[in-house]
Design a protein around this ligand. Structure first.
Ligand SMILES: Cc1cc2nc3c(=O)[nH]c(=O)nc-3n(C[C@H](O)[C@H](O)[C@H](O)COP(=O)(O)O)c2cc1C
Length: 180
């Protein structure tokens, strides 16, 4: 079947979902789920997230020049959806979702304690691409809870949330390796 073009991206997935935590210039924290995300460069370490222009997350990144990518697992699905609600600017979705804000190691944006990994980023560049603004971040530190990493990311154990569309997610079920 042919997929209508505005929905084309639905078959380019499922996509890793992150909670992007930020802070505004008055110190108010914010978190939003984002699944338009991609690694860009290993060295220097660069990541890209795509944000609609109206997102508070985008305004905060422009104000304070950093953000944290927090990786949520299956058990946080309801909190992720709470963070996707349109709260007014200045209201912390982290608090609304009853998640725990902890200090990041290298940036002013907070980490979310309940997530399984954290990638702290310094704003590097932005570029308009259609209906989204691409934000490129330089990664300052990436950390994961020990039990979820052994040679590679144990994503099945982590029950990582992968976004399909809307309220639909997948969870990685199997890790496979080629015979050679
Ligand atoms: C799983 C999921 C993934 C999302 N991915 C994106 C995304 O990649 N880019 C985006 O701009 N919005 C995305 N959204 C919508 C925002 O999270 C949502 O509009 C949120 O309220 C924005 O919050 P903010 O205005 O505080 O930044 C996604 C929502 C969900 C539930």
């Amino acid at each position: 079947m042919e997929i209508k073009l505005p929905q084309w991206y639905r078959i380019l997935g499922p996509r890793v979902t992150v909670l992007v935590s930020t802070v505004d210039k008055n110190g108010n924290s914010n978190a939003a789920p984002v699944s338009f995300i991609s690694p860009l460069s290993a060295e220097p370490p660069l990541v890209m997230i795509a944000l609609r222009p109206e997102r508070h997350t985008l305004a905060n990144i422009r104000e304070t020049k950093d953000f944290v990518l927090n990786l949520p697992q299956e058990e946080l699905i309801n909190q992720v959806m709470i963070c996707s609600k349109p709260f007014p600017q200045g209201v912390s979705e982290i608090k609304e979702a009853k998640l725990t804000e902890i200090k990041a190691k290298t940036v002013s944006s907070p980490r979310i304690a309940e997530c399984l990994a954290w990638i702290e980023c310094k704003f590097s560049a932005e570029h308009l691409a259609g209906d989204h603004q691409l934000i490129i971040g330089e990664i300052l530190i990436a950390e994961i809870k020990d039990e979820f990493y052994k040679e590679f990311f144990l994503c099945t154990k982590a029950k990582l949330l992968l976004h399909l569309t809307g309220k639909d997610f997948a969870i990685p079920g199997k890790i496979v390796h080629p015979s050679e």
